[in-house]
Write a protein that binds this ligand. Structure first.
Ligand SMILES: Nc1ncnc2c1ncn2[C@@H]1O[C@H](COP(=O)(O)OP(=O)(O)OP(=O)(O)O)[C@@H](O)[C@H]1O
Length: 263
């Protein structure tokens, strides 16, 4: 359903700052696949997500979603297919808008017409139900400004919003990295719930190998713009952190981010 075919992306090509972020990379995701993405610093993980989202164009290669070519579509044109949660809890929500206004905007995403910020009775009833599932008591704070929420609460809300409209692809870019361990665990659990209840096809970048093993049905390891190791659903079940480290050690000169070993 997501087909990434031999994409390459170089920043500042031909200058001394040249960075080959993606090199001839191919990846296919089937409907409902949940792929965790790990790798060294600067391996191209975020760039991969950015090219799927349409934030960055590719130099060569192509991408399609459900068989439709999207390579040339801009980010806003792909918004109806793609849901996204970033590392920064402040990035996914609008702080000056209320919880219910943020949720209304999420419903509106990718549509050209609609109610926008408008909150109808039926929308509000839906929001209450959805927020209850977070078990954070946010259903009682519909008219509170989102800027007043904690990082973990905002990230939970961002996740809910991203999953709201059943995107064809959910992109998670280290979305628990900025949270304390307790809240990270909560958002990790929530991720599992939202992805499995919606059967969402998901790509999740993480520095945390435990998390990369716990979540999802497939795993890829990247280094210098390439996929250097892949585990299928069956293979992933047998993987452990030491085995992953051993795979990584095979890559000459590469070192994992220190955070990789944090549970
Ligand atoms: N907007 C950009 N402009 C210039 N160079 C970029 C840009 N985005 C990424 N790069 C470069 O592309 C390479 C891949 O970066 P990317 O952020 O995709 O790696 P990453 O695997 O997500 O790394 P990290 O784990 O450190 O976040 C790096 O060399 C980076 O400096």
């Amino acid at each position: 359903m997501l087909n990434i075919d031999r994409i390459s992306k170089t920043f500042f090509a031909g200058t001394i700052n040249e960075r080959k972020a993606l090199v001839d990379l191919s990846l296919q995701l089937d409907e409902g696949d949940f792929v965790t993405v790990i790798g060294s610093n600067g391996a191209g993980k975020s760039t991969l997500l950015n090219t799927v989202a349409g934030r960055y164009s590719v130099d060569t290669g192509s991408l399609s979603i459900d068989g439709k070519p999207v390579t040339k579509l801009k980010e806003f044109q792909r918004a109806r297919y793609v849901g996204r949660v970033f590392q920064d809890p402040m990035a996914g929500t609008a702080p000056d808008l209320t919880i219910e206004q943020n949720l209304s905007l999420a419903l509106q995403r990718g549509k050209t017409r609609g109610l926008g910020l408008g909150v109808t009775k039926s929308r509000r009833a839906r929001f209450v139900e959805e927020l209850k599932s977070l078990e954070l008591g946010l259903e009682n704070r519909l008219t509170a400004k989102v800027g007043l929420l904690s990082g973990g609460q905002r990230q939970a809300l961002s996740l809910l919003m991203a999953g709201f409209t059943q995107p064809r692809i959910l992109l998670l870019d280290e979305h628990t990295a900025a949270l304390d361990p307790q809240r990270a665990a909560l958002v990790t659990d929530l991720t599992e719930r939202i992805v499995s209840s919606g059967g969402l096809t998901t790509l999740m970048v993480t520095h945390n190998m435990e998390q990369a093993l716990k979540l999802g049905n497939r795993l890829i390891m990247m280094h210098e713009g390439r996929i250097v190791f892949q585990a299928s659903a069956e293979e992933k079940k047998k993987l452990t952190v030491p085995l992953l480290l051993a795979e990584f050690a095979k890559i000459k000169g590469a070192s994992f981010d220190d955070r990789a070993l944090l549970a």
